[in-house]
Design a protein. Sequence first.
Length: 384
Amino acid sequence: MGIKSKIRTRIGRARNSIGLFTTWMENEIPSYRHYRLYKTYSSRYKHYIELQHFDNKKAEGEDAYLQKWKVISSRVDPYSYRFLSNYLGHTPNIVPEDIGHFYIEDILNPRAFRPFYYDKNLFPEIIGKEYVPRTVVCRINGSRLLDAEYRLAEKELSEYIGETDNLILKPSGDSRSGRGVIKFIKKGDAFVSMDGKINLSKAFLDTYREDFCLQEAIAQHDFLKMLCPTANNTIRLFLYRSVKDEKTRATASVIRIGKNGTFDDNACASGMFIGVNVATGEMGRFVVDQYGNKGNVWNGIDFSQNSFVVPHWKEVIAFAEYVGNRIHHQRLMVLDLVLKNDGKPILTECYFDWFGFWIYEYTNQEVFGEFTDEIIAYCKKRKR
């Protein structure tokens, strides 16, 4: 082995050792994990302040914000407030991202139960088959290929696919930001990925992921399709089940809109999002990206000149509350829904951590709304 190879090997070992030590510190010393989160988000919002040319100085209402959140943690990031108050206004209810992830998520959503509820292969059992996309085949816990009834899928794949022309393949666990998601389109007798590189087959599914679900793609409502014809535009709802009365309520919402010509509607994949009033279904007058850049026109639509209202909004909210009441071990959740033309909402994704509170705050919505003080008081009593 040459000198350069030895140096690379030793550097690799050193990096592995540092990574293992950091992981151990975060697992064994909670305060260190919180410190890492605090530094991460402080740096991020400092950067965003510079990016948007905002003033990085003490802002109006900052003292009230710090006072409100220090009952949970003595370390409160001021830069979240200095940046996000430019969108939401000078309210102390802006959620510090580090406190939200470290304290609030872990207290309201126990980590031990999250993997169970993240498994999309169990959505038909927990939520009901009629409320989720139809499963074609799936794999659970490294099993052989299974059908929608969790039996061995020994027939030809075409027999399970049926008459549909579009399929979605995704990891059955956490697939946020579109990680690992592939859309297949019928071409002749075959199903081919949108980039044309993959032909769907049992052989390919054997190499895709250990656990996954292959689902029928939902034909979205004409209203959502109008926002971007090529993307699967989704309604995202933030839910909270109260510690006082056990009722689930939607507290904030956005619609994620893809870019014409793309399938993915994620903000990190060139998509945009727009706020939705949870009480009325009325959409905002601007779109925004993940860095806080605002615009009025997207995909040729001038939102500043249109008073759009999401159709069947009452049904959407009623469905979201139904789902929230079925997820017994988690009090905070984010749902991604597709709306069918008949007004029926279909659940495609459900999240229980790393919520991205900023998404709603960018669109002038308080994430926890009227329940902010209730959540703070509850978490204060139960923090580590």
